[in-house]
Write a protein that binds this ligand. Structure first.
Ligand SMILES: [Zn+2]
Ligand SMILES: [Zn+2]
Length: 326
């Protein structure tokens, strides 16, 4: 059973070191590479239909669920960790209880590559193009603090057979064409966080992972970082991605089946051999209240992609103020 990992040279608690696939001791600087993360072992796909019986529920640590009383977000944390602030809304009022046996454990993890300093730099660059009133900005002192958290992501693999009828166009001619295109879908991502998947801006950031870089799950990578408990279950995740999947398959079919002509296809798809992976993936997140409304900014902890909600009424000034503030 993994508990807080103690530094072998000074005894302080070690935390995960973004970008280095290792644990680091903040007191003496001792580093330890995490073997799972530097291995070349891929994360295995699991069969969707038998998921209930085969999914692992072992987090490799004594886990607790921490629920925010304000926004309802649930995170999974090491029992020994102090539960502080909710990363999604900044509230300090959280309840914690033991994780029951039915909480599926992740199969793979994409570790943090982006450090907190790098995240702040990315943020600073991003807000240059957004206008802020200096006094309002100063009131939001939380703006320069990002929280690192792992969020749940399901990916799906399946064989698809797409029957299509298409209207084709080229040089003022129009004709119809029909056929069948077989296509293997690989790692189609569905974010299992209601807090982040409901918003177009935020979900554009959290669907953008290189999932091939995922490594087998290890609790060591969570040292110092909470993990959001999936708020969308495996079956709901699959059921919810229909529209996006259809759009994706329509594009793939058109790309493959059209020659030089323009093609607009209607497709009907059969799915076979559905497999999934449950990954946890890193984000840096900042939430702040402005005029009573919650705003969230997220940075992809692997690629550095940033997006977020921003108050339109923040005023017309001023790049200078931003530079002063940081
Ligand atoms: Zn140490
Ligand atoms: Zn919250």
């Amino acid at each position: 059973m993994n508990q807080d990992k103690k530094c072998p040279s000074c005894g302080a608690t070690m935390t995960f070191n973004p970008g280095f696939d290792s644990l680091v001791c903040r007191s003496c600087g001792h580093k330890e590479v995490i073997p799972e993360l530097v291995s070349k072992v891929p994360v295995l796909e699991m069969d969707f239909l038998t998921a209930q019986n085969t999914a692992s529920h072992d987090w490799g640590m004594e886990a607790k669920i921490v629920q925010c009383r304000s926004c309802g977000a649930e995170t999974i944390q090491n029992k020994l960790q102090l539960s502080g602030r909710c990363p999604f809304c900044g509230s300090n009022t959280v309840d914690s209880f033991d994780a029951k046996g039915d909480v599926m454990a992740p199969m793979g993890i994409i570790p943090f590559k982006i450090t907190e300093n790098r995240a702040l730099y990315i943020f600073k660059d991003w807000i240059k193009d957004r206008f802020l009133a200096p006094d309002k900005l100063a009131q939001n002192a939380q703006l320069n603090k990002f929280y690192g958290i792992y969020i749940p992501l399901f990916t799906f693999d399946c064989l698809t057979v797409n029957r299509y009828t298409a209207r084709c166009q080229s040089d003022n001619k129009t004709w119809f064409k029909s056929g069948k295109y077989q296509f293997q879908v690989d790692d189609f991502p569905v974010v299992a966080s209601k807090q982040l998947s409901g918003d177009k801006l935020l979900s554009s950031v959290v669907q953008d992972y290189w999932t091939r870089e995922a490594r087998p799950y290890t609790p060591d990578a969570l040292a110092g970082f909470p993990c959001e408990h999936y708020s969308i279950g495996l079956k709901d995740a699959w059921n919810s991605c229909g529209k996006d999947m259809e759009f994706y398959l329509k594009n793939e079919t058109e790309k493959h089946e059209s020659g030089s002509e323009y093609m607009n296809a209607l497709i009907a798809t059969d799915y076979y051999d559905l497999k999934y992976k449950y990954l946890i993936v890193p984000v840096w997140i900042n939430s702040f209240f402005y005029d009573g409304k919650l705003y969230t900014i997220v940075i992809n902890g692997q690629t550095g992609k940033i997006n977020g909600q921003w108050p339109k009424s923040f005023g017309t000034l001023a790049r200078k103020a931003v530079e002063l503030f940081f």
